[in-house]
Design a protein around this ligand. Structure first.
Ligand code: MG
Length: 128
């Protein structure tokens, strides 16, 4: 097996087959770096203030909600079986990209923030 890792592009080539890296193989730090590079390469830091990024997260979340606006709960649970699922994935990506960029702008360690919030929620909502 001949493997070539193109980690900076989040692609893996094994025996000439292109494999896109998944959640289990890409770290949050790597994703934050990729978003930072994308923003920096375009000189967009000037626009990526915490205020603008917080607004962008909310706007993209609204775009995700729009996908579910006129369907019922049952239809929402089966959204994966529709042609709209690609739109859902793109909106999730938009939200998370802005969340990572927001975290970059304020030097927030996302993993630390998530773990601390889950621990806080575990105390707030104890197991029944
Ligand atoms: Mg969007």
């Amino acid at each position: 097996m001949k493997a070539l890792i193109l980690k900076k592009h989040f692609r893996l080539i094994i025996d000439k087959e292109l494999i896109v890296l998944k959640d289990s193989s890409v770290t949050l730090s790597e994703l934050k770096g990729r978003v930072k590079k994308f923003v920096g390469d375009r000189n967009w830091e000037q626009y990526h203030s915490p205020k603008n990024l917080a607004m962008s997260i909310s706007i993209e979340a609204a775009e995700l909600m729009e996908e579910f606006q006129w369907i019922d709960i049952h239809e929402s649970r089966n959204i994966k079986d529709t042609g709209d699922f690609d739109n859902i994935k793109e909106e999730i990506a938009d939200i998370m990209i802005y969340c990572l960029s927001f975290s970059n702008s304020l030097d927030i360690d996302v993993a630390d923030a998530i773990i601390k919030k889950i621990e806080k929620n575990e105390k707030r909502f104890p197991k029944p």
